[in-house]
Design a protein around this ligand. Structure first.
Ligand code: SAM
Length: 284
């Protein structure tokens, strides 16, 4: 069950995500998500993701925090037998509509809080748990998350994710003497959530959503990796990249593909994202 400690923050986040899912799928955020291109056949995954995870044909893959299902359905197009899970009913509704439009009838989509995922879905059932791309920051507790991942996987199953790098989450743009510069402004050791009231969405800042409040949590590599080790995972790879799958500071960044950005060449690069692959040992 959802920890009561964070219940009100999770409820705020649910309301916020539910209010933007339709905008991302069909409104002003659809261009950011490249929905038209996706429906036309474009893959939403980063090329290194399918290279590092390997052939998924015939494998059961559960995508935690799947949002409107574009990444989930990209894995389905590559042959995986997919289940997407998200706590936003609107996001799951949109994901099901996309699956229907693409004729991917055997994709399953489930509404549930991450904390309840292993109670709602079958235990020890999946070859792959896939997640990330702006997912972990919405979760208060990495131990709980790692436990859910472990309970969902078959022994020998694989967790794979692409996420924003902890360094990127700690810095922000500030005005320097003559220019805008990046500076460390967020405490990476803070355990309380970072709470922010805003309107619109990263995919459509002008969208008329009304005010919504979001709570996010910082997670260091130590938090994430120690949580996985304690649940019986063995780390297979951890790769850091200059590329990010979104542009948090457009004025300092340039596109390197239709889905990736990095800091302009005159700036010292920082790690923007990482991928992690871990295998669950036979004994839980
Ligand atoms: C930025 S999206 C990440 C997914 C995907 N990579 C994308 O960009 O479309 C974050 C997703 O996490 C979901 N989410 C946040 N907190 C959750 C929770 N506690 N349980 C389940 N889903 C959650 C939100 O509804 C949202 O769809």
């Amino acid at each position: 069950m959802t920890s009561s400690r964070w219940q009100s923050q999770i409820a705020d986040n649910l309301q916020s995500w539910d209010s933007v899912a339709g905008i991302h799928a069909r409104g002003g955020g659809a261009a950011f998500y490249r929905v038209e291109e996706f429906l036309g056949g474009e893959c939403r995954l980063s090329p290194w993701e399918y290279e590092e995870l390997g052939d998924v044909t015939g494998k059961s893959l559960v995508h935690l925090q799947c949002h409107i299902g574009l990444d989930t359905l990209s894995w389905a197009r590559r042959g995986a037998d997919v289940t997407g899970l998200d706590f936003s009913p609107q996001a799951i509704h949109e994901a099901k509509l996309f699956a229907g439009k693409l004729g991917i009838q055997d994709a399953h989509f489930v509404v549930a809080n991450l904390a309840d995922a292993a109670d709602v879905l079958e235990h020890d059932a999946f070859d792959i748990v896939y997640t990330g791309r702006g997912a972990l920051c919405w979760l208060p507790d990495m131990n709980q998350w790692a436990s859910v991942c472990s309970r969902l996987l078959k022994p020998g199953g694989v967790l794979y994710m692409e996420e924003l790098h902890p360094v990127l989450s700690s810095v922000d743009v500030v005005s320097g003497d003559s220019d805008k510069i990046l500076q460390f402004v967020y405490n990476p050791f803070q355990s309380e959530p970072f709470s922010e009231e805003s309107s619109g969405t990263y995919a459509d800042p002008d969208a008329e959503t009304g005010l919504h409040i979001n709570h996010s949590w910082e997670h260091s590599f130590a938090d994430i990796i120690n949580a996985l080790i304690s649940q019986g995972f063995r780390l297979d790879l951890l790769n850091e990249r200059e590329e990010s799958f979104f542009a948090p500071w457009p004025e300092l960044m340039e596109p390197v593909s239709s889905h990736h950005w990095k800091l302009k060449p005159e700036l010292v690069p920082i790690p923007m994202s990482y991928t992690l692959k871990a295998t669950l040992g036979p004994v839980k």
